[in-house]
Ligand binder design. Sequence first.
Ligand code: HPA
Ligand code: ZN
Length: 344
Amino acid sequence: MSNVPAVPPERLPALLAAMPKAELHIHVEGSLEPELIFQLARRNGVRLPYASVEELRRAYAFSNLQSFLDIYYAGASVLLREQDFYDMAWAYLQRAQADNVLRAEIFFDPQTHTARGVPMETVIHGLHRACQDAKQLGVDAELILCFLRHLSEEEAFDTLEQALPLRDRFIGVGLDSSELGHPPEKFARVFAKCRQQGLHLVAHAGEEGPPAYVWSALDVLKVERIDHGVQSAQDPALMKRLADEHIPLTVCPLSNLKLRVFPKLEQHNLRELLDAGLVATVNSDDPAYFGGYVNANFLETFAATGLDAQHAYRLARNSFEGSFADASAKKKYLERLDAAFAAA
Ligand code: HPA
Ligand SMILES: [Zn+2]
């Protein structure tokens, strides 16, 4: 669509909620709501260091990425059986449908589970079955396996070896967990092997870490997308590279707010990224922990920064163009997006 209709400000929230979109940065373990954590803890006889849902929720006051990760890994300890992984993914997929997500590319952290003795097959089978069933919801869902960057490259190789027999159940690999002190180049060899396997490649970079980590994710790991990447704005040459090469950035505004990457949502640099011509997208990251699913990220960010319907269209289009869907699926998504804006 070349002419995005002007939309009066009072109608923008409804349009943001209704517009079709893809979500490209969502950690399924980060969609585990406190109620489901307690339900699974009871079902599996796991003792939690919190007495109630309310007490757990009160612990969600983060000062940086690490303070979040400590609680996030503790929450995942209730996941033991295939059905647990299914139930977690299914709950997310229902929320995605409610937010008019047509396509979700979902991260999972197998090492968080295999380290506790949960077999790789249990994790992948449960998540994959939910993704298959999501077709009934009208959501195309795919999985991306993430390596934990605070662990060694050797452990990442072991993880890949365990997952490769199930190669057809995930479309790519990513890199997440504690960024500072764990630069992308630590995983150069394992990403090269994934590339040979024909897997898509992404990595978290430039969330808390410097622009140098974004450069090495591109040049050493050869990733196709950057997760977060908001620190790229400190480096004009990097901004030009990201724009020239159409490298998507999967931005997560509420995550950035809760982990104090930006002190206020009003100061978020999403507009700057879009103005520089980057393929920026809006995503929820860990919605159960950061106060909202993808539509809440759109609504709160637009309200705080004054973005308009043109930006909304760009962000939704970027989400489909930046996805790993095939060309015919992308065409279908973009037609639905244009229809939603034509009716606005
Ligand atoms: O935002 C994140 N950054 C790094 N690792 C993560 N694991 C879940 N969410 C995140
Ligand atoms: Zn993330």
